[in-house]
Structures are given as structure tokens and as C-alpha cells.
Ligand binder design. Structure first.
Ligand SMILES: [Zn+2]
Length: 402
């Protein structure tokens, strides 16, 4: 039998936490594991994805609805909808809904997601998948990981250094098999996904070790099913557009992100790179002025609380739109002023507002050089750039627009 997804890097012989390789199927440990899971069950409202198949049971979809090891009636039924910062509905699904979804899984996906199983190393179908796209929960379709964070860990399991959105993953202590590990589960349906370890690469230093069978891959450009789309994107969904997205480039993204974060009705602001011609750009590459990217802030907002127009006003207060390819002390086209629109309505509003500003005489005879272009791929910047001002308290040239 092949080793489990342990703290050790089995393929390379490294053993980060000094555990010996422990094989699955140790019933005493399973029982302890189950007890631990039961104790923690209130944390995971759906209670699914519980680990450790009891000895008297066999895996099977038909059991899902009557599995007595699961937590009793879920309080989540009465919970109001919960959305992640990236705009997905992550309201925990009620048990019966999970059971219905789980009943459609193939036996291997069922064993792994519903019984905390582990697939043999080097056997999963997504280990060597190098295509661009998104990895969603095989049970409920929530996007969990992105190809841009996948790396070859040498362990034999698909590995990612960060999740698609931290709120899409729930972490839980797993003391099964005589080890202390951190289990990861789908935040929406509670599916067991794998474990997370602290021996990953930069920038996070984390290694999310996944079972291929817990994931479903959608290649970039493919039509995503409604359950894998942000809450405001599904046609005919019951959720009225709770979030919208806008992109602004106004020089060094630290300050722009900082002030957008503080906007009333802004759900999130993320620093990144856009409008270039290199995939997965790094800060170093972007600074070399050869990739065509502009330092950009992705603003996720609630259009019921703040309008795109108000974001435009804030943007033009924060930075000086008459400076060409520079902003304050920073020179280079990565610091250019730009609005990257996601639809024709945003383009129309941006063009109209710039025209209005130009006519207002606010900038005297200086010409507004802000570019207005359709949004290309947004590449989130390295973790240390996120919330940089809040973390480091650095001063910046950007004006508070609120
Ligand atoms: Zn799920």
C-alpha cells in the first residue's frame, strides 16, 4: 500500500515533521480520529466530510442520508447567505443537500470526500495537469484552487501553495493515524479535500495537498456551471447581484489598495498586475518594465452600497491622472493610470466621467492620460504586497478619497 498524504515528502525522502510513514486502515486510530471529529463537529456546520470510516460500515452513496456519524440537524438552514470576498456563495449547505450531491459521486470521490479517504500517490488524474483553469469541489462545484498556484511538490498529490479564496476552505485539526495534521474541507459542502502543511514554496510557504478525486477541473475559457460561478454571475439565480468588480491602476498599488479597502460598500481590494503580455508575472518582472503590466487594484464591491461612479470619483481623487507613466516618485509604465473595464457599462461611465473631469478644469491645462481599456487577466500580486500599508504602515502619495 502506498503512503498517505503525510507531512513527509515521500517521493524525495524528506520528512518534515519526523513522522514515520503510517498506512491507512488502523482502526484504533480511526476511532480516536472519529472522536476528535465528533468533538469538533460544531465547527463544521454541515458535519460532512467526517473522517475515519467506522469499521462496521462500507462506503456507499446510499448511506449518505442516514449516516448516524454525522452531526445532527444543522443550524445553517436558518443562516443568512454568506459570500466570500471573491464573490461566491459559501453558505454551508444543509446535510440533505450534501447527501443528494454526494449520491451522484463515483465511489472513489465518495470515499474521499465523504469518508476522508486518501487516494494512492501518483495515481490521481490531476497530478500532472498543467493546463490553465480552476479546480472546483467535486461535490458542490465551489472553486477551491487555481492553476496559477499549482506546483510540483514531488509528493504524488496535486499541490497548491494557496487556495482560490481562503474563505472557500475550512481547516480542521486532524489527529488521525497518530499524526497531528491540518485537514482541509470545502467551506460550502464540507467535503474532505486533503491536508495543508507548512513546507510549501514561497510566497505562502504552504502546501495544500489534494486528492484529485475531490476536485473537478475546468479549463480557462470553458463555460462554468452556475454553482462554480460568483453569486452575481449565474443567470436566473435566486441571489440578486451581491458583488461587482472594478479594476483601477493608479501608480504603486499599495496606497490605491489601502484606500479602496476603506471605501464604504467595498468588500475587498486586491493588489495585482494587469494588461500585460506575460502569464503569472512576478513583481520583479513587472518592475523590469518589460511585461506590459500595470500595477492594478481589483475592487470587489457591493453595487447596492456603492456605485461604480463613486469608485471612479475616489480613484481620480487618490491619484493624479495627468502624470504619464509615473505616479509620485514612481516611474515606469507599470505605474500608468488606467481603468480596465469589465463591461460596456463601465466603459461608458468611465469615458463620460473623464470627459466631465476634463471639462471641469480641475486639472487646469494638464491633459488626463488615464487609459480606458477592456480588462485582461488579473494576476494577484505576491502575498507580501497585499494590505501592505496596513501591515507596514508605510506612507504613500495617495490621497484619502472618502
Ligand atoms: Zn464543496
Amino acid at each position: 500500500m502506498k503512503p498517505m498524504c503525510t507531512t513527509s515528502r515521500t517521493a524525495t525522502g524528506r520528512n518534515a515533521k519526523g513522522h514515520t510513514s503510517i498506512l491507512p486502515g488502523m482502526r484504533g486510530s480511526v476511532a480516536r480520529h472519529l472522536a476528535a471529529v465528533m468533538a469538533l463537529a460544531t465547527v463544521i456546520a454541515t458535519g460532512c466530510g467526517v473522517a475515519g470510516e467506522p469499521a462496521h460500515r462500507t462506503a456507499g452513496a446510499a448511506e449518505a442520508a442516514t449516516d448516524s456519524t454525522r452531526t445532527p440537524a444543522s443550524p445553517e438552514n436558518s443562516m443568512s447567505p454568506k459570500y466570500s470576498k471573491s464573490g461566491y456563495d459559501i453558505t454551508p449547505l444543509p446535510r440533505d443537500a450534501v447527501a443528494k450531491l454526494a449520491a451522484k459521486l463515483d465511489p472513489e470521490a465518495y470515499r474521499i470526500t465523504q469518508k476522508s479517504g486518501t487516494e494512492p500517490a501518483f495515481c490521481g488524474n490531476l497530478l500532472d495537469n498543467h493546463k490553465d483553469g480552476v479546480y472546483v469541489c467535486v461535490v458542490c462545484g465551489l472553486p477551491l484552487f487555481s492553476s496559477q498556484h499549482k506546483f510540483n511538490s514531488g509528493t504524488g498529490w496535486p499541490s497548491f501553495y494557496q487556495p482560490f479564496d481562503p474563505a472557500h476552505i475550512v481547516r480542521k485539526a486532524d489527529t488521525g493515524y497518530g499524526m497531528v495534521r491540518t485537514e482541509i474541507l470545502c467551506a460550502r459542502c464540507g467535503a474532505h479535500l486533503g491536508h495543508v502543511f507548512d513546507d510549501g514554496p514561497r510566497p505562502t510557504g504552504e502546501r495544500h495537498c489534494l486528492n484529485s478525486a475531490a476536485l473537478k477541473f475546468h479549463e480557462k475559457g470553458a463555460q462554468l456551471p452556475p454553482e462554480s460561478q460568483p453569486a452575481n454571475a449565474g443567470a436566473g439565480g435566486s441571489n440578486p447581484a451581491p458583488v461587482a468588480v472594478a479594476y483601477f491602476a493608479g501608480g504603486c498599488f499599495w496606497g490605491v489598495e489601502h484606500y479602496f479597502h476603506r471605501g464604504p460598500g467595498v468588500i475587498d481590494a486586491i493588489s495585482g498586475y494587469m494588461q500585460g503580455h506575460v502569464d503569472h508575472p512576478t513583481y520583479r518582472q513587472v518592475c523590469s518594465d518589460t511585461t506590459g503590466h500595470a500595477e492594478t487594484v481589483k475592487v470587489v464591491y457591493d453595487p447596492a452600497k456603492i456605485t461604480y461612479r463613486r469608485l471612479l470619483e475616489a480613484f481620480f481623487t487618490m491619484h493624479d491622472p495627468t502624470q504619464l507613466n509615473r505616479q509620485g516618485p514612481d516611474f515606469g509604465d507599470q505605474y500608468r493610470s488606467g481603468i480596465w473595464y469589465v463591461d460596456e457599462e463601465q466603459k461608458r461611465e468611465a469615458d463620460a466621467y473623464i470627459e466631465e473631469l476634463a471639462a471641469s478644469g480641475r486639472f487646469g491645462s494638464r491633459k488626463i492620460v488615464t487609459q480606458v481599456e477592456p480588462a485582461k487577466t488579473f494576476w494577484p500580486a505576491e502575498e507580501y504586497h497585499q494590505e501592505y500599508i496596513a501591515k507596514n504602515g508605510a506612507a504613500c502619495h495617495v490621497k484619502d478619497p472618502w
